[in-house]
Design a protein around this ligand. Structure first.
Ligand SMILES: O=C(O)CCC(=O)C(=O)O
Ligand SMILES: [Fe+2]
Length: 367
């Protein structure tokens, strides 16, 4: 999700409405074999996931290990949070800290930017000024947490960017516990998915564990008001983006509205399936796989006349993860497409350009 307003690019074609994806356009993958010991069946799942990540960058997962009760509970907590008066939500305003956590109101102008971090060419290509459109009113609000760390954590003490504690709202008993519980459940699910990616990429199944020891995984609650078709289309389209980190695990409610850009250039609406997770690849994982996996452009268009809630979990690796093309993704036909990129710095580069923070607006870090 982006909140920035940049110079509009000249003469962009008018956005087009999406159409519902057919069953064969968005793979639905059954994770049942992963709770058993049939190696062949597990390998088959890993292969299906690999092919979906390569061909589309999006897939749906059914029969995963996250209990439906936890999914119901996170939606319940999300509704409680967004129902608070604006003033109460603003107490946890993201711009009150420099950790990119907390509340983002609707139509956040996001003026206070402190450009930090560092990324390499090709990371987050939709941020390129020549491709940006003016941001239109988007009528969504968000609240996010990341890894909760105490003040005496060594990285927090050392002032390491993005490390610290979350901004919690007041007057919502049980909210903090439920958010942290979902964060930890999803951290486990992320580890399972990472092992499936590793297998599919012909790496040892625990390959990614070394990069997910203190991962900056985010849980983001999102709330979208319905808009009339034209406003919803323009607002959603102006925020089309590719996710930045490793991979995303999304719950959307039954309203619909998530749309992905197909290779043929059409916008496909991802059908909501109760309890399934929509999983998609972020730019860091695309680069890690030397561009084998796709980080697909997506947007949300809510013109369905109902409020929409979704919960995204962004599985970012440890800050210090040095992303280099994976050995199994490089060969004579696929030479390395880049040298290296530090995960935490790259995320900081993005966040500090699209989200508000308390930092000095002119500060540019030197790494
Ligand atoms: O709300 C959704 O379905 C998608 C949100 C999203 O793409 C994001 O926050 O990165
Ligand atoms: Fe996204």
């Amino acid at each position: 999700m982006q909140t920035d307003v940049q110079t509009p690019a000249a003469a962009m074609p008018a956005p087009k409405l999406g159409r519902w994806a057919n069953a064969n356009e968005l793979p639905v993958i059954d994770f049942t074999p992963l709770s058993g010991s049939n190696e062949e069946a597990i390998e088959r799942v890993a292969r299906e996931v690999h092919d979906a990540c390569r061909d589309i960058g999006f897939l749906s997962i059914v029969n995963h290990p996250v209990p439906p009760a936890k999914i119901r509970e996170i939606f319940r907590q999300s509704q409680r949070f967004f129902a608070l008066p604006l003033e109460a939500k603003m107490k946890a305003y993201m711009g009150n800290s420099n950790l990119f956590r907390g509340y983002l109101p609707m139509d956040e102008p996001g003026q206070k930017k402190a450009y930090r971090g560092k990324a390499i060419d090709g990371f987050q290509p939709h941020l390129d000024p020549t491709r940006m459109r003016a941001r239109k009113p988007h009528k969504n609000e968000a609240y996010q947490i990341s890894l909760e760390l105490p003040d005496d954590d060594p990285d927090v003490k050392a002032g390491k960017p993005l490390h610290g504690s979350n901004l919690w709202p007041e007057g919502l008993p049980g909210f903090r516990e439920a958010m942290l519980d979902y964060h930890s459940t999803m951290t486990e699910f992320a580890a399972l998915l990472a092992s499936v990616f590793a297998r599919g990429l012909s790496l040892p199944s625990d390959y990614f564990a070394q990069f997910y020891k203190k991962p900056l995984i985010q849980v983001r609650l999102l709330h979208y008001l319905p808009q009339d078709t034209q406003a919803a289309l323009e607002g959603g389209d102006s925020r089309a983006h590719q996710d930045a980190g490793g991979f995303t695990m999304l719950q959307q409610d039954d309203v619909g509205g998530l749309e992905i850009k197909s290779k043929s250039g059409e916008w496909l609406i991802v059908p909501p399936v109760e309890n399934s997770f929509v999983v998609n690849i972020g730019d860091s994982m695309r680069m890690w796989t030397n561009n084998r996996f796709a980080s697909t452009l997506h947007r949300v268009v809510n013109h369905y006349g109902r409020e929409r809630y979704s919960v995204g979990v962004f599985a970012n690796p440890d800050y210090d993860t040095l992303i280099r093309p994976l050995p199994t993704c490089v060969d004579a036909e696929h030479p390395p497409t880049f040298d290296k990129m530090l995960s935490g710095e790259a995320l900081l580069f993005l966040y500090s350009r699209v989200w508000p923070s308390k930092g000095d607006p002119d500060k540019v870090s030197e790494y």
